[in-house]
Design a protein around this ligand. Structure first.
Ligand code: HEC
Ligand code: HEC
Ligand code: HEC
Ligand code: HEC
Ligand code: HEC
Ligand code: HEC
Ligand code: HEC
Ligand code: HEC
Ligand code: HEC
Ligand code: HEC
Length: 442
């Protein structure tokens, strides 16, 4: 055990310390002048070399990295000399690219740089925060007219309204009768080739359809094609109308169908004149369609007229399976009977059925930019309850909760507004004329 006495402790103190003090003080003096001087020289050196990194507020976004050291492309303003001290004006941004306004009736827009925040690292600038969207949409005001949309919109999954197409009272504008459940049975459906088990993608394909207004930015929308008669229905719901004629009637306007039926029959009988007096084979006629009236036709025109009436009636009943009949229309058609006197009228009016326009929607959520492509790992029926749907009027659109399974901050897929919405109305974009030269970026 050591014993500490006062003397032993005192011996630790260097009694000559004051003799070294001037050395320390001198260094302090030298450094207090040298460090600022070095800093000034360092900055002056950068300035002389045209390097501006020391003044920067941090790295710019990845898309702008190519211009990072050309501060003045952004830091310019009309009434201040260009340079990094100038504020960033909207004009600077618009020199390089177009950014059409949001909507016509909005209150004044925030500045570009409030949404697209620079100098915060190599970020993707288009990934803007929700704050400024919710500033307006949390309590929406418009410059004129009442808003057509919900006025209290907040974070997706909680304060965001249910999609219009998934709300109570939503309507399907389509008029084509279609029963998904009947066609999607596990045992398959009957077709000319035998039994077919239909898949969703037999009728709906991920397509790149341009909405009517066009615009380059709409191209990315990966919508699904609507079913189409020729590719998706014809092989099972054919438009054959006479057992003698293999070629089905065209899928066209009723007057065109009527004309095609007559032309086909005329061509047939012209090629087989001996059949003018041959009666129809009753076994090959469809049910409820009696053989053409006896006695046998006197000529080709009479033969055609009799068969055409039956063929047409059969076809209209086929159309009725899928189309909603709205009544009849009168159309003017060439007269069937050839006339001797060419000055006499050669047209007659006949009446054909009228059908409602099909109106199959190709876009259900026009206010968002949904894209099927990143979702093709999911089964279609996870989002569209089509398997049990029997009526065209059933709405098969998913609800917000389905999307929020993944699109939520805690679930990994992006849940900020920009993921699903466009802010700029890109349909109104204009080409920007180049304002820079290659040497500006050397
Ligand atoms: C791609 C455009 C862009 C480039 C290039 C750019 N900046 Fe910026 N900078 C901005 C924006 C946007 C702001 C924030 C808005 C404002 O201050 O006007 C900003 C802000 C700043 C600020 C903070 C100013 C303040 O008032 O808070 C400094 C300092 C700055 N920049 C320096 C620089 C320097 C130095 C360079 C070149 C090395 C540079 N910037 C290049 C866009 C740019
Ligand atoms: C010197 C020309 C130039 C200037 C000035 C400029 N940009 Fe850009 N910007 C580009 C280029 C080039 C791209 C990359 C190509 C593209 O995405 O179109 C880009 C991309 C962007 C993107 C998409 C980037 C992403 O990855 O998310 C945004 C948003 C953007 N700029 C906003 C702005 C804003 C806001 C300003 C004004 C502060 C501005 N830009 C000034 C040239 C410029
Ligand atoms: C209220 C926030 C907000 C304001 C203000 C804003 N933007 Fe945007 N900007 C966005 C969002 C969100 C996107 C991504 C969605 C889209 O394309 O509309 C975007 C996308 C962009 C793009 C990228 C386009 C691409 O190629 O994908 C550019 C460029 C752009 N903005 C420039 C500007 C300019 C220039 C201004 C000012 C005139 C501006 N923005 C004002 C929110 C804003
Ligand atoms: C300055 C206010 C303001 C800001 C900021 C704003 N909006 Fe809007 N937004 C409006 C107004 C006003 C309408 C049109 C309302 C109406 O007439 O029905 C609108 C319409 C919309 C619509 C419906 C568009 C359509 O086709 O009908 C969407 C979606 C939308 N905004 C999303 C956003 C997103 C996402 C942001 C942020 C990037 C944003 N808004 C920022 C004011 C704003
Ligand atoms: C034989 C062709 C065919 C097959 C197979 C088919 N569909 Fe359809 N689908 C249609 C037709 C025709 C319509 C338009 C009539 C309607 O709205 O029901 C339609 C409409 C739709 C719509 C939009 C209409 C709405 O009301 O929301 C969705 C979504 C859809 N189908 C999903 C599916 C899914 C999912 C499957 C697979 C389980 C599937 N379809 C299989 C023919 C088909
Ligand atoms: C693989 C063969 C097949 C395809 C492809 C097909 N169908 Fe059918 N469809 C059937 C069969 C089989 C029936 C049942 C016929 C019966 O017995 O009445 C049927 C019945 C129908 C019915 C009557 C159903 C009811 O509810 O009474 C309609 C309407 C219909 N299909 C529309 C369509 C449309 C529209 C398409 C194309 C988008 C289509 N079908 C494609 C085989 C098919
Ligand atoms: C098996 C179902 C089915 C039958 C049978 C059918 N159609 Fe269609 N028709 C459709 C579908 C589906 C569309 C929409 C997509 C397309 O154009 O193929 C359509 C579209 C049309 C169109 C285009 C105009 C519009 O409204 O989209 C005309 C014209 C038409 N049909 C006429 C007829 C006539 C006439 C018949 C009878 C001779 C007939 N269709 C029989 C399913 C059918
Ligand atoms: C993650 C959910 C999701 C999945 C999975 C999905 N869809 Fe969709 N589908 C949607 C949404 C949302 C819309 C509305 C898009 C719009 O019109 O803007 C839509 C629209 C449709 C439409 C109507 C036409 C259109 O594009 O608007 C059809 C048909 C359709 N989907 C078929 C399918 C088929 C077939 C599959 C499987 C291959 C499938 N969907 C998978 C969400 C989904
Ligand atoms: C995961 C995708 C997703 C996200 C994230 C999202 N939305 Fe939406 N939003 C939609 C869809 C889908 C619709 C339905 C569009 C339609 O009916 O045409 C919609 C509808 C809207 C509408 C129209 C509402 C109405 O009354 O019809 C507004 C406004 C809107 N969103 C704003 C926002 C804002 C602001 C944010 C961010 C806080 C946001 N959304 C985030 C998908 C999204
Ligand atoms: C199983 C998870 C899952 C579900 C459910 C889901 N998404 Fe997504 N979604 C993703 C992933 C993963 C991506 C791509 C990565 C990302 O952007 O986060 C994506 C991307 C998107 C995009 C961006 C597309 C693009 O091309 O930029 C939109 C818009 C979108 N989803 C909307 C929706 C809507 C609306 C629903 C509901 C109808 C939905 N998602 C349901 C996982 C999902």
């Amino acid at each position: 055990m050591r014993i500490r006495t006062a003397k032993m402790l005192a011996e630790r103190i260097d009694l000559n310390y004051f003799k070294r003090a001037p050395a320390l003080r001198r260094w302090r003096y030298i450094l207090s002048i040298a460090i600022p001087a070095i800093a000034v020289l360092w900055i002056a050196g950068y300035a002389a070399a045209g390097i501006r990194r020391p003044y920067s507020a941090g790295p710019v976004s990845s898309a702008h990295a190519f211009a990072e050291m050309k501060c003045e492309v952004c830091h310019t303003s009309a009434n201040a000399p260009a340079g990094f001290r100038a504020h960033v004006s909207e004009k600077a941004c618009l020199t390089c690219h177009d950014a059409p306004a949001h909507v016509v009736n909005q209150t004044p827009s925030p500045a570009c740089v409030n949404c697209h925040v620079e100098h915060s690292g190599r970020v993707q600038l288009a990934k803007v925060g929700d704050g400024l969207c919710v500033d307006c949409h949390g309590d929406l005001k418009t410059m004129q007219g009442a808003p057509a949309i919900s006025t209290t919109v907040g974070r997706f999954g909680s304060r965001h309204p249910e999609f219009a197409a998934a709300r109570e009272g939503a309507k399907d504008p389509g008029t084509i009768r279609f029963n998904h459940a009947l066609h999607m049975t596990k045992d398959g459906v009957r077709s000319l080739r035998g039994i077919e088990i239909l898949q969703c993608t037999d009728c709906h394909k991920a397509a790149r359809i341009l909405p009517p207004q066009g615009g380059s930015h709409e191209l990315r929308v990966g919508l699904m094609s609507a079913a189409n008669y020729q590719q998706n229905c014809a092989r099972c719901h054919g438009l054959e109308f006479d057992y003698r004629i293999e070629q089905p009637a065209p899928h066209d306007k009723p007057e065109a169908v009527r004309a095609a039926v007559r032309t086909a029959l005329q061509n047939y009988i012209a090629a087989h004149p001996s059949e003018i007096i041959k009666p129809d084979d009753p076994r090959r006629l469809p049910l409820n369609f009696p053989p053409a009236a006896e006695p046998p036709a006197r000529n080709a025109t009479e033969w055609v007229a009799r068969r055409a009436d039956n063929g047409e009636r059969l076809l209209w009943s086929r159309c009725d399976v899928c189309h909603a009949r709205t009544g009849t229309v009168t159309v003017t058609v060439p007269q069937a009977q050839p006339v001797a006197d060419p000055r006499r009228s050669v047209t007659v009016t006949v009446s054909v059925p009228a059908f409602a326009a099909s109106h199959i929607a190709t876009r259900w959520m026009v206010r968002a930019a949904f894209d099927h492509t990143p979702h093709l790992m999911l089964q279609c029926v996870d989002c569209h309850a089509a398997e049990n749907s029997q009526l065209t009027s059933d709405i098969l659109m998913p609800k917000q909760a389905t999307c929020a399974t993944c699109h939520a901050p805690s679930r990994g897929a992006e849940a900020r507004c920009f993921e699903c919405h466009q802010y700029h109305d890109w349909r109104k974009s204009h080409a920007v004329s180049p304002a820079f030269k290659l040497t500006d970026f050397r």
